[in-house]
Structure formats: structure tokens, C-alpha cells
Design a protein around this ligand. Structure first.
Ligand code: SAM
Length: 248
């Protein structure tokens, strides 16, 4: 594991332990544990959350990719970097009956928490897999929709992650992602900081670089929508973006 990957794993192992002791009905709000680093948008409806037995206090995301994805019963969904499992459980409910939602995460503590949340919600059509998002343990063309929430920015090789998303999607499959992007160049000093990388800042890339990686992998109809921005004094400017694309 590289130094960056270890910094990311260790931060989210710690976050999982903090989330595990939050009361299930905590009203602490989105990003309660992780702070505002990931620019979480709080866009989950309380009614929908009630149906999966969680609140958005377990989200470490920067938006709600399930709102973008237009999921239908029977579909297969994959969440890259599924954390505590919130987006997987919401997806599992929406693709039922007949569909299935998978989450992939590399952090054991997060997988344990996600499995506990799944069991509490009594969902049979949600599975959490251990793995890295640049080597997803699913076959080619096996998924209808790939979602992800504030994770791709954490990868050292974003191109490899995007190619992996393309590989597992069926022809016609959709990508619906919430992620942080770099809006004004961050200094090289900030880019090297491991804590800031794990906090979803230093690993961000400009929208045009992100778009080029998607188009290079073969995606079409690529759209970016920046829905929140953060000016970080002496650091630079980042934003939370919704990203949509399609495999022809
Ligand atoms: C910022 S949290 C977001 C979690 C979740 N998507 C959410 O919205 O609450 C990042 C998650 O991605 C996982 N992660 C980061 N890099 C990963 C990688 N290369 N492979 C698999 N999981 C990764 C971390 O373990 C953590 O659970």
C-alpha cells in the first residue's frame, strides 16, 4: 500500500470507529465526524433515510449520487468507496424488486460498519465487497449504474478508477458521481500533504482533467455541475461537483 493509500485507509478506519458509536437516530448532520472537509451537501430526504434506518450523520460524502442516478427496479448498482453504506442501502431500496446494490471499500472498519447497517435495515439485496476501486472484484459488463460519493479524488490514479468503472458497466450503463474538484490551482506544498489528501482536498483535479479521463476511457455525454464551492485561505479553491456520463 502506498503512503497516500495508507493515509486514506487510516483516516477512514478512524472515522468508521467514530461513526459506529453515533446513535442510529443521530441528528448531528452530514459529515458530523469528518468535518466540512468533504463539502457534504446534506441532500438526503429524511423520509428516505427513515426507510433504511439511518440519518445523514453517517455520510462522509459531498452530495447525493443516488438522486442523480435515476435508478429503476431490477438494476445492478455499484458504489465505489461505499463507506458506512448509506448510498448502497438507498440504491438497494430503489432497485428492489429484482435488483442488487454492491459497495466496494478497502477499509475493514468501514466494511464492518456497512454490514452492520445493512443487517439492521434487513436488506437482502445489498453486498459489501472488500477491494480497491481501481481493481473492482466484479466481472466485465455486469453493472447498470456506477455511483460514488467523494472517493475518486482520493485515488492516486484516477484514470485507472474511471477505466475500471467503464469496464464493469454494461453497454448503455450510467455513471453518477458526487466528487470534489479543484477550481483554482492548489499549491504544490498543499498537494503533497497527506492529511489534506485524505481530507478530500489535495487529490482533487481540475474539471477539464477529470473530463479528459472520462472521455479517454470511452464515456460519452459527460456533464459536470458544481453545486458548492469552498475557498480555503492560503490553500486554494475546491468545489463539490455532480458528474454524469454514459457508456455507449
Ligand atoms: C470520504 S469517504 C466516503 C464514504 C461514502 N462514499 C460516503 O459518501 O459516506 C471515502 C471512503 O472511500 C474508501 N476508499 C478510499 N479510497 C479507496 C480505494 N482506493 N479503494 C477502496 N475504497 C477506498 C474509504 O475507505 C472510505 O470509506
Amino acid at each position: 500500500m502506498s503512503e497516500i493509500q495508507e493515509a486514506v485507509r487510516s483516516r477512514y478506519a478512524g472515522a468508521a470507529k467514530q461513526l459506529a458509536v453515533l446513535p442510529r437516530d443521530s441528528a448531528a448532520g452530514c459529515c458530523a465526524v469528518d468535518g466540512p472537509d468533504c463539502g457534504c451537501a446534506g441532500s438526503y430526504s429524511p423520509e428516505e433515510m427513515k426507510q433504511i434506518g439511518l440519518t445523514d450523520a453517517v455520510s462522509l460524502g459531498c452530495g447525493n449520487p443516488t438522486a442523480l442516478a435515476e435508478l429503476s427496479p431490477g438494476e445492478i448498482v455499484l458504489d465505489l468507496g461505499s463507506g458506512a453504506g448509506l448510498d448502497v442501502l438507498l440504491s438497494a431500496r430503489r432497485v428492489s424488486p429484482g435488483g442488487h446494490a454492491y459497495g466496494v471499500d478497502m477499509t475493514d472498519e468501514m466494511l464492518e460498519l456497512a454490514n452492520r447497517n445493512r443487517d439492521h435495515a434487513r436488506f437482502k439485496n445489498a453486498t459489501f465487497l472488500k477491494g480497491s476501486i481501481d481493481k473492482v472484484p466484479l466481472p466485465d459488463a455486469s453493472v447498470d449504474v456506477v455511483i460514488s460519493n467523494c472517493v475518486i479524488n482520493l485515488a492516486e490514479d484516477k484514470g485507472a478508477v474511471i477505466q475500471e468503472a467503464f469496464r464493469v458497466l454494461r453497454p448503455g450503463g450510467r455513471l453518477a458521481v458526487a466528487d470534489m474538484v479543484e477550481l483554482e490551482a492548489l499549491s504544490p506544498e498543499v498537494k503533497r500533504r497527506l492529511d489534506s489528501w485524505a481530507g478530500c482536498i489535495s487529490g482533487t483535479i481540475p474539471i477539464e482533467e477529470y473530463r479528459a479521463a472520462l472521455v479517454g476511457a470511452g464515456f460519452v455525454d459527460v456533464e459536470f455541475d458544481v453545486h458548492a464551492t469552498q475557498m480555503l485561505p492560503d490553500v486554494g479553491k475546491v468545489g463539490s461537483a455532480y458528474i454524469r456520463a454514459r457508456k455507449r
